[in-house]
Design a protein around this ligand. Sequence first.
Ligand code: AMP
Ligand code: MG
Length: 519
Amino acid sequence: MQTLSSIQFRNDFVSTFDGDQSGNLTPRQTPHVLYSKATPTPVKKVTLLAWSDELAKELEIENPTDQNDVDILGGNIVTPSMQPYAACYAGHQFGNWAGQLGDGRAITLGELRTSTGKVWELQIKGPGPTAYSRRADGRAVLRSSVREYLMSEAMFHLGVPTTRALSLVSTGDLVMRDMFYDGNPEFEPGAIVMRVSPSFLRFGNFEMPAARGEIDNLKKLVDWTIERYYPHIHGEDKILTWYKEIVERTASLMVEWLRVGFVHGVMNTDNMSILGLTIDYGPYSFVDDYDPTFTPNTTDLPGRRYAFGKQASIAKWNLGCLGGAIAPLLPNTDELVKVLDGYDDFFWNRFYIMMGSRIGLDDLKLDDVNLINEFEKTLRMIKPDMTIFYQLLIDLPLNTDNKHDVVDHFKGSFYKELSQMEVDTLYSLIKIYVERIASNTISREESVMRMRKTNPRIILRNYMLHQAIEDLEKGNDGLFVKLQEAMKEPYSKKFDEFFAKRPSWATQKAGCSMLSCSS
Ligand code: AMP
Ligand code: MG
C-alpha cells in the first residue's frame, strides 16, 4: 500500500509516442503527435466528496489522509513522477466525421503498476484547459461528475465492463453552464472525478493518425496496444485477430447494456473504448418503461441515432470506422470486412443466450428464439418497467392460470392501465412461457438462480441521481452516500427502498428522464 503522494508513476504512453512537449494549453491542431503535455490548472479548494475504498484496495492506494493527497485528486498538486498529458484523438460524432477532438477536459496523470502486475491509467476529468479544449473551459460540474462517479461504479458492480472512478472532489470554483441550451447559462459548482482504467484509448485515437495519413504513428499505436493490452495475440495476422477481438468485446458489451437496460446516449467513435469498456458517462440513462426508441440525450432527439434499441447496430457502424482506420495496415480489406460481418452472428448468439438466462431457461432450443422474440414484442407493446417486470417474472407462481391473476402479478411494473389486447398478449406470453419452463431439465432453483444473476433489481435511475445531486448541491450527502452503498449490491433485496418505478413527477422533468450533453 502506498499513499497517493508517494506513488512512483510510470509514463509508458508518454515515453513511447511522439507528443507535443510545449505545455501550451492554447487550443490547436496537433499533427504528428499522439498527445500534448498538459498541466492541470489549480482550483480554489479541493474537497473530497467521495472515495471508492474497494477500488483503492485494488490499486493498493491508501485512503487520502492529508490535504496533499486530496490536492492530487483535484489536480492542485502534480507529483514529480507524473507526466500529465491530454491524448489526441478524432471521432465520428452523430455519424459525421468531426476531425480532431482529443482530451478537452481530461488529463492523464500517469500509470500505476500494482503488485499483481496490472497497470492502470489514472486520469482526472475537469482539470482545466488542454490543447484540445477547443472553445470550452476544460471543467466539469458537480452534476455531471456525480453522475460519472456513481454510474461507473454502479456498472462495475452490475458486472458490466467499464472504466472506474476512484474519487470525486469539489473544486470550490463555479463553472458556467447552459444546462438547457436555451441561452440562460448559470453558475454551477465545479468538481473533478479521478477515473481509472487499464486504458482510456478510444476508436478515435486510431482514427486520428489514419485520417492524417500518419501511418507510422498508426502502426506504432496498434502494435503497442496489442502488445500491452492484448498480449495473447501474436503472429502474422495479429492485427486482424485483434480487430476480431474488439468486434467481439464490443458486441458483448452491447448485450450487457441490453441486459441491464443501459443507454449510453452519445455513442460517437471517440466514446468507444478499444478495450470494450463502457466509457465517458454523459447524458446516459437506464430505461425505465421498456422502449427501444428511448434516447436520454436531448441532442439526439431528432434522429434517435443512439436510442436503446439501436445501440447494437451503432456499435457495428462504429467498428466499421475503426476498421477503416486500421485498413491501411493490412494488405487488403476483404478479411477486415469479413470480420466485421461476423459481428451480427456473434451479437445475436450472445443476445439469445443472455435472454435465455434472463427468463430462466436451461439450454437454448431453436423454438426459444420465438419465445424470446415474443417477450420483446410484448414488452414493446405494454411498456412495463423493464427491471421490475423481470424481477416479477422471477417470482411468478407457475401454477397461476387465471388471466386476471397473471396480469395482477405484473401490475407493479406497469406505467399505464393495460388495454384488453395488451392483457391478452401478456397472458398468452406467460402461458407459453410457463409451459416452456415446465420442460426445463434444470431444477426450479437453478432456473431462478440464473434469472437472479442476469436481472438486476436495483438500477441507478436518473430521477434518483437527480435528487441526490440536488441534495448534494445543498450540502446534504445522505442520499448520495446511500445510493453509493446500494449500487454495490444491485442483485440483492437489501436496498429495496430503491426497488421502485420512476415516479410520475419525474417523467417530464429535465435531468430525470432526458438530459442535455451540457456537463
Ligand atoms: P463528450 O461528448 O463529453 O464525449 O465530449 C466530446 C469532446 O468535447 C471531447 O473532445 C471532450 O474532451 C470535449 N469537451 C466536452 N466538454 C468539454 C469542456 N467542458 N471543455 C473542454 N472540452 C470539452
Ligand atoms: Mg467523450
